[in-house]
Design a protein around this ligand. Sequence first.
Ligand code: C5P
Length: 283
Amino acid sequence: MAEVVKLLTCLIIVYVESGGIVQLFDTIDKQLIRQPMDTLKVCVPSFVYVIQNNLLYVSASHLDAATYQVTYQLKILTTAVFAVLILKKELLKTQWFSLVMLVLGVVLVQLAQAPGTSQIHSGPEQNRLIGFMAALSACVLSGFAGIFFEKMLKGSDITVWMRNVQLSVCSIPFALISCYVYDGDVISRQGFFFGYDKFVNYLVLLQACGGLIVAVVVKFADNILKGFATSLAIVISCVASIYIFDFHLTAQFAIGAACVIGSIFLYGHSPKKSATTLSAHRV
Ligand code: C5P
């Protein structure tokens, strides 16, 4: 459903940008239907994202929230590795160091929030190894899909909105198949929208908006900077929790937050890198 919301949103944006319904169909015809190979290429990240999202559900159901979130932060490093392999990006030693520092910082921040192990109840069906392997696989897929999508977004004139239309057109069939493979019985007994309460609808909207924001960030910045942005967001949400949820600031949290913030400066600090980053931002 998140993909459906994204598809409709992007179609509306393309409609507004192109100036009418005829132009919308014309753009779809030119960029989607008459370029089947290009559309098929977008199927690669869309298929990978569907698997990644399902692995994350598997992982979240087998691990406690803290272990799950902490393990998933390794995607920062897998993203950097794929940026080097696929985009031929050159990272300085200080930048690699800053990425490791970022992972450590987010891990410390997330663990500072987590309840003590005595408060974590693993259900009888929980299998930590499966959860851990699923999270690690999701990290690899996240890095690969993000960088592959970045290459597609930056390597052509097709707008980010049309790219998302292509992505959704490919993901919706994959996602539908995975729904029926996992939950076919329940869906046929209770209907597709059974259990869609306010909270589920809110999650669908959150995932759809998040996906669109990811696409814009990847288009105009890059996947590595996205890693820094999301890590900083975790720190900021923890700081907000001090006021909203009575979260107690600990030394561990402060060290973690300092690592995250320090790593951001370290990543941008190098005469060579600063020049590239500045010109990228101007574009
Ligand atoms: O954890 P990670 O940063 O890899 O997650 C990116 C998320 O953004 C994925 O859940 C993916 O489904 C979503 N996404 C999206 N639309 C895009 C790009 C990513 O929904 N164009």
